[in-house]
Write a protein that binds this ligand. Structure first.
Ligand code: HEM
Length: 311
């Protein structure tokens, strides 16, 4: 028997244990619980940064110049910076090879913390190594790419922390993103079947006002559901509710249950659209972070090669 109103038959991600555990918390560095987990790394980074700065400025004061990459301290900082960048890159093969991920020291929670905090520590190391100079075009390019890699990493971290929580709040009917269109299609089919019943096509009398609902569905809602149009009035919950309220005033009450179904479907479409947008944001930053990291390594190798010729 067909139900009177839609009760979405989708498996809600929010009802899964993994999601419930994250409710009210943020992932990664931000949020009360997570910052405690990062505290040791944070402290170590602050101490190491203070240590290299004290060392650098003590030498700078003694020599009355700002040491650059060619000086002993500059060289040591350069080697440390290059080693950190080498380590940072290891996250890439680690993510690709499943068996590596499960080894004790390769677990995500350790690896990502090391990636974040060593990456941040690399900033003062690189700046001190440069002696606060931009140098030639190669080293300037290297510093710019390095800056973008760091900035995109921080941005990615922020997105990974906030988007899952935002999704929980704004997309209560979240489903795996690749399933959204199929689910909308199934709901549309079920809805059309119910329209056919109300039209009397499967026997029985026609429900008064149902033809208006059919027209409205075919002209406005169906194109919206399949992503062909994006009516402004359906872009927000409040305006959709107002819109359906005004439709109810114009359509005889026996057809109101079908209007209710349509309203529910519009809310689902909007949630799925938001889910897609949020997923795009959640993953798009990697398309800056990853290729520029590879470019960074290329520039770093060129930089080391050029620098070694002058030593
Ligand atoms: C020189 C510095 C850095 C390099 C070369 C670097 C390189 C990389 C590479 C190659 C990946 C793997 C991308 C992928 O395959 O999905 C990655 C992931 C990532 N990086 Fe960085 N990174 C650096 C600094 C940072 C910093 C400073 C942060 C944050 C403050 C950061 C945050 C992240 C995050 C959150 C991921 C995704 C990890 C995951 O989802 O498993 N990175 N990085």
């Amino acid at each position: 028997m067909i139900r009177e109103h839609y009760a979405f038959p989708t498996v809600r991600l929010q009802e899964q244990p993994r999601y419930r555990e994250t409710q009210g918390k943020t992932v990664l560095v931000f949020g009360r619980n997570q910052f405690a987990a990062h505290f040791r790394w944070f402290l170590a980074t602050v101490l190491l940064t203070t240590g290299v700065m004290v060392w650098y400025f003590t030498l700078a004061t003694a020599t009355r110049t700002l040491p650059t990459g060619g000086t002993p301290i500059g060289l040591i900082l350069g080697v440390i910076g290059a080693a950190i960048i080498g380590f940072e890159m290891l996250i890439w093969p680690r993510k690709r090879f499943y068996h590596v991920r499960t080894l004790p020291f390769f677990r995500t929670k350790y690896w990502l913390k090391a990636h974040i905090w060593l990456g941040l520590f690399c900033v003062p190391v690189a700046v001190l190594h440069s002696g606060f100079r931009t140098g030639g075009s190669l080293s300037t390019g290297l510093m710019i790419v390095f800056g973008i890699v760091i900035a995109s990493g921080i941005w990615g971290l922020f997105l990974q922390a906030y988007i899952p929580r935002f999704l929980l709040e704004r997309v209560p009917d979240e489903v795996p993103v690749q399933e959204t269109e199929r689910i909308i299609e199934l709901h549309a089919l079920e809805f059309e079947h119910r329209l056919a019943i109300d039209q009397g096509k499967l026997g029985g009398a026609e429900v008064p006002g149902i033809e208006k609902v059919v027209d409205y569905y075919e002209s406005t809602i169906h194109p919206y559901l399949i992503g062909e149009t994006h009516p402004v009035v359906l872009a927000r919950t409040a305006s959709t509710d107002d819109h359906f309220q005004s439709l109810r005033a114009r359509i005889p009450s026996p057809s109101h249950p079908r209007l209710h179904d349509l309203q529910t479907l519009c809310h689902l479409r909007r949630q799925f659209d938001m889910q897609r947008r949020l997923h795009w944001w959640l993953h798009s930053w990697v398309w800056v972070h990853l290729p520029l990291s590879v470019a960074l390594v290329g520039l770093l190798i060129a930089h080391i090669y050029v620098a070694l010729r002058y030593i």
